[in-house]
Write a protein that binds this ligand. Structure first.
Ligand code: APR
Ligand code: PHB
Length: 408
């Protein structure tokens, strides 16, 4: 399946220049295209490289609704797995949190790679320009009223004039880095561990996700489908994936699960194995003149709460609504409220992701008191409907406080 237009005649001007063709950039491009607002995506990697990234796909209902609004939910509704609960495993037993009974909401398991592929296909079908393998991307004059993006492609220098720049280029992108340090405030916490993840074509150990807290460390049993599993174990932050054979991984995972899950675990050869560091990160504000940061370019959450993709989506919804209001109604109030509205939801997700991480992981510098507090928190969480409902509200996604434009 072709996933990108052959190199388009490189445009020299557009309304919105989008930096990055990950989920944030592609979804923004699609929402603007549906609203008739011209846009160009500039991506440093190839489409194949972008699709090669293995990332979580636990979609909140806000995200499913956004993908539906973008017209890319057909495969999601056909293949997505709707989950009404999650399980917590600790002290040798598993206990289920009934997300739907507690909140009336569920989550959908659908890999981020599939979300990205669906968005790429829609963009290609719409004939919208995406410049892949753009090099030396730089942002200019976004503190003025005629910003520009410059890049090299095919051995030549190119300039794209635009009204606005959307920095959707992730944590290591050029957009946030283009803002002077004096204009931004950074909040960060780096955790003393990472997640060693394995993808395997084996049936998941359970129908729903299992989050395991164990003296040896955190473990997570997830999935991409009923025939493809995704597992993680907490490892020290200086660990390398090369030190972990498949056999060592499966033994360690099994040791951290309750006996019933350990017994049911189906192992097999890994088709992907990698370590991701864990950090919490927020850049304030998220707007700098005509430059808007969205998704990982503005914030990072530890994956424990499965919020990364969902936060990128809610940023993009706010930005798309603001741009649609500006172009369709001449009203810039939504754009002016962008950073404040995004950050309210970002910080709530940062808090939840930090809380889930603190609750379920083994901290190397924790003492016996700290371990008892974790156990007491888990006991309270699973013994109190109010505490379980709080987890369920956050895990399934807090309400999106947007303003649907009058004419999308
Ligand atoms: N110029 C152009 N493109 C760039 C540049 C640059 N200088 N730097 C990075 N990019 C591209 C990357 O190659 C990537 O395709 O920007 C894209 C950013 O995509 P993501 O990192 O996936 O970020 P985002 O779209 O915000 O999606 C967030 O992805 O990382 C996960 O957990 C995260 O699920 C969350 C989601
Ligand atoms: C995943 O399936 O990759 C996944 C699921 C839930 C998480 C994190 C990652 O909290």
């Amino acid at each position: 399946m072709a996933i990108a237009n052959p190199d388009p005649a490189l445009p020299t001007s557009t309304r919105v220049a989008i930096i990055g063709a990950g989920p944030a950039g592609l979804l923004l491009g699609q929402l603007l295209t549906v609203a008739g607002i011209d846009n160009v995506i500039i991506e440093q990697r190839s489409p194949e490289y972008v699709l090669g990234r293995i990332r979580a796909g636990i979609l909140e209902s806000v995200t499913v609704d956004a993908l539906t609004r973008a017209g890319v939910s057909a495969r999601l509704r056909e293949r997505g797995l709707v989950h009404h609960g999650i399980e917590l495993s600790y002290g040798g037993a598993r206990r289920r949190i009934d997300l739907h009974a507690l909140t009336g909401r569920s989550v959908t398991v659908y890999g981020q790679t599939d979300v990205t592929r669906d968005l790429m296909q829609a963009r290609m079908d719409a004939g919208m320009p995406t410049v892949y393998e753009a090099q030396d991307v730089s942002l200019h004059d976004f503190d003025g009223d005629r910003p520009a993006v410059r890049y090299r492609h095919g051995g030549a220098d190119h300039t794209l004039l635009c009204d606005y720049i959307a920095g959707c280029d992730g944590f290591h992108g050029v957009s946030r880095a283009s803002v002077p340090d004096s204009a931004k405030r950074i909040f960060e916490r780096v955790y003393p561990f990472g997640w060693l993840g394995v993808l395997a074509d084996t049936p998941p150990v359970s129908d729903e996700l299992i989050y395991a807290s164990h003296a040896r460390g955190f473990a997570l049993c997830s999935m991409r489908s009923m025939t493809r599993s995704r597992y993680y174990v907490q490892v020290p932050s200086d660990e390398s994936a090369g030190e972990w054979s498949d056999a060592r991984f499966w033994d360690e995972l099994r040791s951290r699960l309750d006996p019933e899950a350990a017994e049911r675990l189906v192992t097999g050869p890994s088709i992907e194995k990698s370590i991701a560091p864990l950090r919490s990160f927020v850049c304030e504000p998220m707007r700098f003149g005509r430059l808007f940061l969205a998704g990982d370019a503005a914030h990072i959450v530890p994956p424990t709460g499965a919020k990364g993709l969902n936060l990128a989506v809610s940023d993009v919804l706010h930005l798309a609504d603001g741009l649609i209001c500006r172009y369709h109604e001449g009203d810039t109030r939504e754009l002016d409220a962008y950073s404040e509205k995004c950050l309210r939801r970002v910080w709530r997700a940062e808090r939840f992701s930090w809380w889930m991480t603190s609750l379920l992981h083994r901290f190397p510098d924790a003492d016996d008191f700290g371990h008892r507090i974790q156990q007491a928190e888990l006991d309270y969480l699973l013994g109190s409907e109010a505490a379980s409902r709080s987890l369920a509200e956050n895990y399934t996604g807090l309400p999106y406080e947007g303003r649907a434009p009058v004419a999308a």
